[in-house]
Design a protein around this ligand. Sequence first.
Ligand code: NAP
Length: 283
Amino acid sequence: MTLAQVLSGHEVAEAVYQELRQTLQSLPFIPSLRVIRLGEDPASVSYVRLKDKRARELGLRSQVEVYPEDFSEEALLERIAELNEDLEVDGILVQLPLPKHIRAERVLEAISPAKDVDGFHPVNVGRLWSGGEGLFPCTPLGIVRLLKHYGVELSGKEVVVLGRSNIVGKPLVGLLLREDATVTVAHSRTRNLPEVTRRADVLVVAVGRPHLVRREWVRPGAIVVDVGVNRVEGKLLGDVHPEVAEVASALTPVPGGVGPMTVAMLMANTVKAALLRRNGASR
Ligand code: NAP
């Protein structure tokens, strides 16, 4: 039995870092990233640490601001307003999820679209859908970049996106349309899910349900991207069952697939934000 080709996020992320290093060498300034974290949620602590580490390794200026769990929404908005005005800061990222008393929507809308390296501001969302230039969400950017690196042609392909979150599913649809894919979005209310997913030449799964997608859900030879990160009994499991490797032609591993790409695209967005802002092309 031949198993699916492994689409390594580590390998492609390294290619992204190589390109970014070259760009950085040619710049007369060093782009800077500011990450804000509230509270001590263990997953957030480790994600923020990783982002900061990668940014520093790449040679960006990176600083993390940590505030207590009970930091007020007003104080957070004030801090964001200061960072928006700070000419030394190119990218601002507020780590999600935020404590319950803070309205994430208000916070994300407070970040200047020009510094919104997570790509969640409504202005950037609009630019993604209208075909304009902007900062777009890192995970979907990483997925498209990964597929392109491995020579997956998206134009005209049937792509099924399972999951419709604002962070992964929806923005990915926007990016795939830009690549001329034929896109179907499925979610928890979709009927006959396996029938829908079996249509896919490329299946992207972002549901947060460990091993939901079984081999019968996948058309033989399809390319499968597993976005899921589920902690189960101390292990990291994807949304795609390992048996899918027996029918798919290519599959991203968990961990080591989409995760490293997300971080790499955050670095790419920080450099892009710095360039757009200095060229006066973004507001
Ligand atoms: P989310 O906001 O919880 O959205 C999950 C989506 O999946 C929703 O659209 C939901 O449908 C759908 N869904 C849930 N259960 C389903 C089921 N049984 N059948 C069909 N659809 C179902 O999650 P998210 O933020 O997009 O994240 C998804 C997964 O990706 C998580 O495991 C997360 O940890 C991971 N993730 C990984 C990265 C990375 O860099 N590797 C980045 C972001 C997220 P409804 O809309 O109908 O509720």
